[in-house]
Design a protein around this ligand. Structure first.
Ligand code: MSP
Length: 524
C-alpha cells in the first residue's frame, strides 16, 4: 500500500473576499499535495471556513443578514475561488456543519469529564460596545484599544483549559521532534515569547454572544472560537464517529500549513489539545510569512489589496501560482508589487522558460524535421557537465521542497532553466548545423529536449497546465516519461516528434502598461 499524506490549510474566516495572502496558503497546500502525489503518495487535502464568533456575527448584522445566511454565501464563494484556482482539495469543512458541531461538543465534554477543562471566573476589562475583553496592558490610556471608549472591570463565569499541566510535555515534544516545526526559529519564538513568561490557562468559553457552538452540558456557554476551529482538522476525518475510516487512515496530519499570525494557536494550544485527547500530534507544522505591499499591510482603506482573480484573469493561473510561491521567502515577509509581478512574468516565465522551449522546438524542426534525435552520449564539450547538472538539480530540488523551502525549490528548477539556456550559447547549434559533425548537433538537441522534459516534470506540482503544455509541445506522450521516477534516467526519449510550431507559453507583457493596469485595478 502506498504511503499517505494528509495536508491542511487553516480554515478561513468568511469575512470578505480572499486576497492573495489567503490564496498563498491554499496554493501552497495544493502544491505540496500535487508534489506528494507525483511521488506516489495517497494524498488528502483539507480546507474550509471558520464560521463562528462575534466578528462574523457582527459582519452579518451589518449586512442585515442572518449569520447562517451570510456564511452560507461566503462559503460558496470560497469554494468557487478554489475551483477557479484549480485547488485539488478533497474536503471542505465548515464549522457550522452538524458533522463538526456535534464532535466539537463531544470533544469539549470529554475534556471536561477528564478534568482538563474546569469552571472558573474570567476577569478583564470589558468594552461594552465592542463586546470584548482586554487585559490591563492591552488598554490604551486606560480605554478600549479598538474604539477608545471607557472600559469596565468585569467578571464572567467561564470554562478554562488547564494549559499549565501540559507545558512540560509540550517542551519535551519540541525537543524530541526537531522537525515538528518549520522553520526552526518559530519554535524559539513560542518558547521565548509565550511559554517562558508563563503560559496561562486558556479561557475556552464565552457567554457574551451566541453565534457559536454551545457547551453540551451548559449551553449558555459558547465554545471558544479557537477550540471550535482547531478541532476541524480531526472532525473533518470523522474523529469520534462510527464512520472514522478517514481518521484512522490519515491522522496524524503530515503537514499543517499556517501563517505567522496564527502560529501560537497551532504550535502551543493545538498540540496540547491533542495531547489531552491522547492523539498523536501532526508530523509537521509549517509557519509561513506574509505577503506585504510596499506601503505595509494590505487593507481596503489603503486601496492596496490584491485579489487573486485579478491576476488569474489577466495573466493566467500558472503565472499567479508561480509568483506567489516564488516570491515569499522562508525567513522574512515577501512583497507583492506590480513591478515585481510583471518582471517575474517577463523574465522567468516568458523569457527564460518560454523562449527556451520555443527555440528548442524551432531548432529541432529546422535541423531534424521535428524528429528528436536519439541519445548518443556526450559529444559536445559541455554535454557531460549539463547532464550531471540536471541530475544534481533533482536532488537539490528534492532537499529544498522536502524541507519546505518552497521559493528555494523553485529557484533550483530555474537554475536548470538558466543552465540549459547557457548550454545553447555554449554549443551554438546554428554553427554545428553548418559543419559536418552531425553527431554533435544531435547530442545538443537531445540534451535540450531532455532538460525541458525534466523541467516539465519538476514544475508540474506548481504549474500543472504549463507542464502539460510543455510535454505536448515536446511530443512527450508516454506516461512513463512524465513520472518522478523517470528523472533517474537521461537517455530514454525515443521515437518522439516535437510539434511543428510551438505556441509561446507566456506572451511577453508590455511592462509599463501592465504595471499601470494592476495599479488601477487595485484601487477599484
Ligand atoms: N480562522 C483562522 C484560522 C483558524 S485555523 C484552525 C484565521 N483565518 S484568516 O482567514 O484570518 O487567515 C487565514 C490564513 O491566511 C492565515 O494562515 C493567515 O496567516 C493567512 N494570511 C492572511 N493574510 C496574509 C498575507 N498577507 N500573506 C500571507 N498569508 C496571510 O486566521
Amino acid at each position: 500500500m502506498s504511503k499517505k499524506y494528509y495536508v491542511t490549510t487553516p480554515i478561513y474566516y468568511p469575512s470578505g473576499k480572499f486576497h492573495i495572502g489567503t490564496a498563498y496558503t491554499t496554493v501552497l497546500a495544493d502544491t505540496m499535495k500535487r508534489y506528494k502525489k507525483l511521488r506516489g503518495y495517497d494524498t488528502y487535502m483539507l480546507t474550509g471556513t471558520d464560521e463562528h464568533g462575534q466578528k462574523i456575527q457582527k459582519i452579518a448584522q451589518e449586512k442585515d443578514m442572518k449569520p447562517q445566511e451570510y456564511v452560507d454565501k461566503e462559503a460558496e464563494d470560497a469554494k468557487k475561488l478554489w475551483d477557479f484556482m484549480d485547488i485539488q482539495y478533497d474536503d471542505f469543512i465548515r464549522t457550522t456543519e452538524p458533522r463538526h458541531q456535534d464532535i466539537a461538543q463531544k470533544i469539549f465534554d470529554k475534556l471536561m469529564e477528564q478534568g482538563d477543562i474546569y469552571k472558573g471566573e474570567y476577569e478583564g476589562w470589558y468594552c461594552i460596545p465592542c463586546e470584548s475583553y482586554f487585559t490591563k496592558t492591552q488598554l490604551v490610556d486606560g480605554k478600549c484599544p479598538d474604539c477608545g471608549r471607557d472600559v469596565k472591570l468585569m467578571k464572567e463565569e467561564s470554562y478554562f483549559f488547564n494549559m499549565k499541566k501540559y507545558v512540560p510535555r509540550l517542551l519535551k515534544y519540541y525537543e524530541e521532534h526537531p522537525d515538528f516545526i518549520k522553520p526552526d526559529y518559530r519554535k524559539h519564538e513560542m518558547i521565548n515569547n509565550f511559554i517562558k513568561p508563563g503560559l496561562e490557562d486558556l479561557c475556552v468559553s464565552r457567554t457574551s454572544f451566541d453565534w457559536g457552538i454551545p457547551v453540551l452540558k451548559d449551553p449558555k456557554h459558547i465554545i471558544y472560537v479557537w477550540l471550535d476551529a482547531l478541532v476541524n482538522y480531526i472532525t473533518a476525518l470523522g474523529y469520534m464517529t462510527e464512520k472514522d475510516e478517514l481518521f484512522k487512515k490519515y491522522w496524524p496530519a503530515d503537514l499543517q500549513i499556517v501563517g505567522k499570525d496564527i502560529a501560537r494557536f497551532h504550535l502551543i494550544y493545538w498540540p496540547i489539545f491533542l495531547m489531552a485527547l491522547d492523539l498523536p500530534l501532526p508530523k509537521q507544522i509549517l509557519v509561513h510569512n506574509w505577503y506585504m505591499m510596499k506601503d505595509g499591510k494590505m487593507s481596503k482603506s489603503k486601496g492596496n489589496v490584491i485579489y487573486p482573480e485579478l491576476l488569474v484573469n489577466r495573466y493566467g493561473l500558472d503565472a499567479t501560482r508561480y509568483f506567489l510561491l516564488r516570491e515569499l521567502p522562508t525567513s522574512t515577509d515577501g512583497v507583492f508589487s506590480p513591478e515585481g509581478f510583471v518582471e517575474r512574468y517577463n523574465v522567468d516565465l516568458s523569457n527564460d522558460l518560454g523562449n527556451l522551449l520555443n527555440r528548442t522546438i524551432a531548432m529541432c524542426n529546422k535541423y531534424f524535421g521535428g524528429q528528436v534525435p536519439k541519445y548518443n552520449g556526450h559529444k559536445n564539450d559541455v554535454d557531460e557537465e549539463i547532464e550531471t547538472f540536471a541530475k544534481e538539480v533533482t536532488t537539490k530540488f528534492e532537499q529544498k521542497i522536502d524541507n519546505l523551502e518552497i521559493a528555494n525549490s523553485l529557484q533550483e528548477i530555474w537554475n536548470l532553466v538558466s543552465r540549459t539556456n547557457k548550454y545553447i550559447d555554449e554549443t551554438e547549434p546554428w554553427v554545428l548545423a553548418k559543419g559536418k559533425d552531425k553527431e554533435k548537433l544531435e547530442a545538443c538537441i537531445y540534451h535540450l529536449i531532455e532538460n525541458l522534459r525534466r523541467i516539465a516534470i519538476l514544475i508540474n506540482p506548481f504549474m500543472t497546465a504549463t507542464s502539460e503544455k510543455m510535454f505536448k509541445q515536446l511530443g512527450i506522450e508516454k506516461e512513463e516519461l512524465k513520472t518522478w521516477e523517470s528523472l533517474e534516467n537521461y537517455n530514454e526519449i525515443e521515437d518522439t516528434k516535437v510539434i511543428e510550431k510551438g505556441e509561446p507559453l507566456f506572451m511577453r507583457l508590455n511592462s509599463e502598461e501592465e504595471i499601470e493596469y494592476i495599479k488601477k485595478e487595485m484601487k477599484k
